[in-house]
Design a protein around this ligand. Sequence first.
Ligand code: KIV
Ligand code: ZN
Length: 514
Amino acid sequence: MRVIKILDTTLRDGEQSAGVNLNTNEKREIAKQLVRLGVDAIEAGFPIASPGDFQAVKTIAEEVKGATIVGFARATKGDIDAVYEAIKHAEQARIHLFIATSPIHMKYKLRKSPEEVVEIAVEMVKYAKKYFQEIQFSAEDAGRSDLEFLARITKEVIDAGAKIINIPDTVGYMMPREYGYMFKYLKEKVPNSHKALFSAHCHDDLGLAVANTLAAIENGVDQVEGTINGIGERAGNAALEEVAVALYTRKDYYQATTNMNLEQIARSSKLISKLTGMIVPGNKAIVGANAFAHESGIHQDGVLKERTTYEIIRPELVGYSSNKLVLGKHSGRHAFKERLMALGYALSDEQINIAFQKFKELTMKKKEIFDDDLLMIIDEQQFKQNAFELEYFHISGDNSISTAMLRIKLPNGESKEEAAHGEGLVDSVYNTIDRISGIHLKLKDYQIKSEGYGRDAVGSVHVKVEYNGELYNGRGMSTNVIEASAKAYIDALNRIYVKHGLTHQELKKQEISS
Ligand code: KIV
Ligand code: ZN
């Protein structure tokens, strides 16, 4: 059976989703999970984009083993140099460089003639060759490019040293038959096509990203690109879990497989949803909460008699049976550590001690501890960016007029206490945080859901706030939903603080002048 290589771009194209901003620790954790998931290549980011992006790609290249680490670059020397500096220590490194090839992009965006575009592409592939053995070239907006021109540039960049040719449907415009045909055409018409692998990269603007990716597979593509949960620019990218499970379920049709460890899908999906704040819709294929729920009586009856009457995928196949009751208040440190290891967390003794203390505190509030609860504890510990930190809170009033009193540790280490009113509990908490930080954030979205089961389940809050015209995510978890709400807002504040690398005073000044 053919093995289709998987390039995961959750950390690059996925991070381009509006309002998603991951810190380096979160990116490293996602990259490690992607290795467990068995993807072949991880596109870790766009190093030239900002010092934060550079640092995150470098950290992943140095610390995450078991997959090729890919750095993204425009066709310029500066971008290529930055990728080299960021990923030179990776176990296996690849540069992914791109230039647009569609008439619209060449004329209006690049303001270059097709000849000039070919010249730049060839020159930059040759330049990248001095650093990299593996060069992936993308013809941006290939979907709307002239096929003959695509064939020409493909031949030239392969001659120059490109080993992987990516044909992206950048704006999600293609229909499956058209997109599949592009690969057939290029493989047949480009004389040196056998010297390179071909890759598919689809966007979901017309809801066809997965269908187009599968069409490319039918037409001989060697690698497919996408993200977990299908997150990404605008309507997102092809959802890799859907592609992999489609290939598995219909191997009779595709005669193709991947190296993905399907049992890690549920966990990858949850982790990425949690860290990006992009909530997975209940009806989403494979990873939505209802993907395996049979609601109608006729269906339930059928499934009870014979599962396959209405179920084409076993939930266990994609890891949906693991959220079982694992520990309780009598569980010891050893059992706790073992469970964390089974979940893939190798923590130091000191980290285990802190996490175990949190676990014990949680058992006072909650009788049953699930995997999701353990992940919350680790999450809080690993990803905390404690520039601002909630120390104490008290609320009074009802849902119309309420007052909150909070004490927050500031980035300079001092604690500050304030109170404020609001229309409802959460509003009063957010007004108080604004008063303490001196920065007014616009709340654009607020979502709350439970992690795990039961009335004492942990509440998880996601917020989107606007600062200086940009959107930032924040998340917080607690058995107390008001505390979770406060933590989520403070988390967003911390992301702004870390991203801008500014002092608290500078942030305030920036906000005033904006
Ligand atoms: O969609 C796209 O074209 C991309 C790159 C591969 C250029 O994300
Ligand atoms: Zn893309």
